[in-house]
Structures are given as C-alpha cells and as structure tokens.
Design a protein around this ligand. Structure first.
Ligand code: COI
Length: 354
C-alpha cells in the first residue's frame, strides 16, 4: 500500500537558496532544492519520494527520447501575507495530466499522489517561493517513458517528477505575434489538446522563423484551412471585439488552458458576453482594421495575461490599442494576482492552501 500523505524525504546537504538572486530571475533557469519522484513499474506506481533536485542517469535507449512518450504540466505557487503557501487550481492540472497521459498511452497518476506530493514538496522548499509582485514559484510536473527498448510500443515503465523554479513574467513586455498560415501545430484527431512534449517540438521551427522576423510568438491557425485561430503555443488566445469576449473553443487541437478557463469565468462573472466559437482570421483582421478589436491577449500559467501589441498577417502589422486602455486584460491580471496571493476573495475555490 502506497502512503500518499507523507513521502520519505532525503534532504539536500547543500541548499542553493543563498546563491539564488531573486531580483534577476529568468524564466526556467533556476531550480529549487528538491524534487518529487515516483516510478511506475509492474503495472503500478511505486513508493514516491522527495530527493535533492539533480541530474538523472538515463539509458540512450530510453523510449521517450526516441518516440516522444513524454508530457508535462505547469502551475504556480504563491504566498499570502501570513506566509501560507497557495497553489492556483492544482486539481485542474492533475486532471489535465491524466487526460494527456491517456492520449499518450501512459498510466494515470492518482490525483491524491499529485496533490500530496506537491504539497509536501512545497512545504520543504517553501523559502523558494518568491514574494515580490509578479513573481511566483513555477511548478513543473513531467512524466516520461523509461523502458530501455527501441521497438515502437507504449513503455511498461515511467517516471513522474515534480520540480520547481522561482520565476518572474514569461514575457516581459506586450507580445508581437504572427498569424501562421503555412505550418500546423496540431491537426484534428491529433494530440494538440494534450500537454505532450511533441506538440512543443512541432512548434519550434515555425516559431523560430517568426522570431527571426521580429515576432515573439505565432498565432496558430487550424490545420485544415488555416482560416480559424487555435492558440499561441505558450498560451491560449482571447480577443475582445466590440465589447464581447471571443475565443476559440478547446477542440482536440487546442490546449484546455487553466488560465483560459479562469479568465472566461471571471469575464462572465463581470457581465461580459463570452463567446467560445470558431474565430476566423478574417474577422479579427477586419476588426483590427475598423477599430473594433479592443484587446487581444494570451492566457497561460507561465505567460499569465500577456497583452498582444501587434498581430501580423500576410506581411502587414496591425497595431492594437495601447495596453493602458485595455480594461478587461488589466482587470483580469490584477484580480487574478490578488486571488493567487490571497489578497482577494476566491469565489470559485481556485486556491489550494498547503
Ligand atoms: C505553462 O504556461 O505552464 C506552459 O506550459 C507554457 C510553457 C511552454 C512555458
């Protein structure tokens, strides 16, 4: 029987906390002292443990390196004024992890193991949680196939690891995005909805081409006709057109973002008309031209609420209204920051207190 409430801990003999400069954090480059590790073999998860963060020893035949049976999650922890640890919607990440795992033929991870392991890890590494405004502890759960076998089949063994990284904003300024109408991130029937490592690999080459042209990200369009918006790779995309909040529905080629879901809920709470429906490139570009595109922003855990400054389509850059005039996205960022840090009420029960 696995003990899901308190896992064995091997504490680090040398904390790196004193060497970490919390004022110069770059996203994803600094890692907290410990990690939670669980291995799957003999058709079950073995006793999980917490150990010092460190390198793994892997076989070159490791199946996930070859065939991409690998997935991840992203969520964040904060502290309230009393110093208590608050995690934003971890149950949603635990559920999405299992939806991704099913699509990739990987074993489901018991939600209580995810939540209890995370809670224990965060209480051990609590001093790694930044408290400056706009900063947080980014939590990265990752699961990957570990069979030493290069035949193509689902692995019989897996590792699940949670490690943490103190971070600031993923995008430090409003983003310039390019509408992608040639390459495809994910196709109907594919695995675009899953947080699969391969989805990010597929996006890198086209994103790199856009970066060489001076854009930060792509706005992906559907793989059949390239007429409808999908998502933006590191975030979902949301538009405000003529006072209405408009966003593509989460199909099987779009990630079901936890931040996206929270944004739509708050917008509905505030009386906005929210439309989850196919959003054509034509509609958004027409709105940009006639002045009814009031706001466009990305929504993601790492990206938070990332205002879009410029949308490029067929070689033309459309500049959106100044960020300071954007009522919805500014209110969302402020309200969500306040909920996450315990400064505002949490009417939807999004906060998990450790
Ligand atoms: C997240 O927002 O947690 C993500 O996974 C995006 C990431 C690729 C930086």
């Amino acid at each position: 029987m696995i003990d899901v409430t308190t896992y064995p801990v091997q504490t680090t003999s040398h904390s790196r906390l004193a060497e970490c400069d919390f004022n110069t954090l770059q996203f994803g480059k600094t890692f907290a002292d410990h990690m939670f590790v669980a291995d799957y073999k003999d058709r079950q998860w073995q006793q999980p443990r917490i150990v010092p963060y460190g390198n793994l020893s892997l076989s070159p035949a490791l199946s996930s390196l070859h065939y991409g049976q690998a997935l991840f999650e992203g969520l964040k922890a904060y502290k309230n004024e009393a110093g208590e640890i608050l995690v934003f919607r971890p149950e949603a990440n635990a559920r999405r992890l299992n939806a991704s795992a099913e699509r990739l033929c990987m074993p489901p991870l018991p939600e209580e193991m995810f939540l209890n392991g995370l809670a224990q890890l965060l209480s051990i590494d609590r001093d790694w949680i930044p408290t400056q405004p706009g900063y947080s502890l980014y939590i990265r759960p990752v699961m990957f196939a570990t069979d030493d076998y290069i035949g193509v089949k689902p692995s019989d063994t897996y590792s699940f690891i949670i490690f943490c990284s103190p971070v600031g904003a993923y995008y430090s300024k409003p983003v310039r995005v390019k509408v992608e109408t040639h390459y495809t991130r994910a196709a109907p029937g594919g695995m675009g909805f899953a947080k699969a490592a391969g989805n990010y690999a597929a996006a890198m080459y086209p994103s790199q081409l856009a970066q060489e042209q001076g854009y930060d990200q792509l706005l992906w369009t559907d793989g059949r006709e390239h007429k409808y918006f999908e998502e933006s790779g590191t975030m979902n995309v949301i538009f405000v057109i003529n006072g209405k909040v408009v966003t593509p529905p989460t199909t099987d080629s779009i990630l079901k973002g936890v931040t996206r879901d929270s944004v739509l809920q708050l917008a509905r709470d505030w009386g906005y008309a929210v439309e989850e429906r196919p959003v054509s490139v034509e509609e958004v570009i027409a709105a940009a031209k006639n002045g009814t595109l009031e706001e466009a922003f990305g929504a993601g855990t790492a990206a938070t609420i990332a205002p879009i400054a410029v949308i490029s389509h067929e070689g033309v850059d459309y500049t959106l209204p100044p960020v300071e005039n954007r009522k919805l996205s500014n209110r969302l960022r402020q309200t969500m920051d306040n909920i996450k840090t315990g400064k505002a009420a949490d009417p939807h029960g999004w906060i998990f207190k450790v």
